[in-house]
Write a protein that binds this ligand. Structure first.
Ligand code: G
Ligand code: G
Ligand code: MN
Ligand code: NA
Length: 253
């Protein structure tokens, strides 16, 4: 598999980059942070979908290398934005490999310290598939990071990858409702019922609730009415190149 062989070069030849999708407070519309998403521009094949290369990286043992690069890149980026006076939060996605990596928490806290970034500027998005390999180890790694001040979010909540049992085992602050429940919120009564119940459940457990996949003004209004805390989706913004972020912040404050 050529793509797998090319993953190594992707890092060293700077074919990888991160894009940042804004998240806003539902009630005020103010920016609260970004989700960092990895992209690969391959010299021959062009843009490779992240789902594809991330699962290849996991299968073939390259995920730690990608995550290491991602953590360093995001922390460096946060420091740059901090220096411009934009003290934002960034959420990163962790893979199954990351949470069983005994060096992860050390690497993360070192990157934060090196770049003088506060731990509470960083959110870790995890799914059930992230912790399934070794839940005991994963929970202890995440618990250590939570104690260091990093926020933990359950991603893709409501899908097969994230379920109710995680709410008991993980030290989470945030629940992220999967976009499959949000995309057609204004058309589907069932989705509205599920989303309303999920927000209520999250709040009753003392969690903040994020909705992703907000594409229409009608969905945004509904989510605000239901008390959802944060919104993310194409209606607010597509993922942005790093260089476009300061401008976006300045125009959306
Ligand atoms: O924008 P989108 O197509 O990026 O994301 C596709 C999938 O890839 C999502 O499930 C997302 O969580 C995952 N993903 C994107 N960036 C990263 C990353 O940096 N690390 C990991 N582990 N997953 C990522
Ligand atoms: O799995 P995870 O939640 O980490 O990945 C988020 C994915 O959702 C990314 O692929 C991102 O590009 C995508 N995304 C973000 N906002 C929207 C949206 O409004 N509509 C759709 N269809 N996808 C979105
Ligand atoms: Mn995510
Ligand atoms: Na998701």
């Amino acid at each position: 598999l050529k793509l797998v062989r090319d993953l190594q070069g992707a890092v060293t030849e700077q074919q990888l980059f991160m894009v940042y999708q804004p998240q806003i407070a539902a009630h005020s519309g103010r920016l609260t942070g970004f989700e960092a998403l990895m992209r690969w521009q391959h010299p021959e094949f062009g843009f490779v979908p992240p789902d594809e290369f991330i699962s290849l990286a996991e299968q073939f043992g390259h995920m730690t290398m990608l995550s290491q690069w991602m953590i360093e890149t995001v922390c460096h980026q946060l420091a740059e934005w901090n220096a411009l006076g934009h003290r934002v939060r960034v959420a990163i996605n962790l893979s199954a490999r990351d949470v069983v990596d005994p060096a992860l928490s050390e690497r993360l806290t070192r990157a934060l310290t090196t770049h003088d970034v506060a731990a509470d500027q960083l959110t870790l998005e995890v799914t059930e598939s992230t912790i399934i390999q070794d839940p005991v180890l994963a929970v202890s790694v995440l618990e250590r990071l939570r104690l260091a001040g990093v926020r933990i979010a359950i991603d893709d909540y409501g899908t097969g990858y994230s379920s109710l049992s995680q709410l008991r085992t993980l030290p989470v602050r945030e629940l992220k409702i999967d976009k499959s429940f949000v995309l057609k919120l204004d058309e589907r009564e069932e989705d509205r019922i599920i989303v309303r119940s999920t927000i209520e459940l999250g709040h009753n457990l003392g969690l903040e609730v994020v909705a992703e996949g907000v594409e229409t003004a009608a969905s945004r209004t509904l989510l605000s009415q239901l008390g959802c805390n944060y919104l993310q989706g194409y209606l607010i913004s597509r993922p942005l190149a790093a260089a476009a972020v300061p401008g976006w912040i300045e125009h959306n404050q």
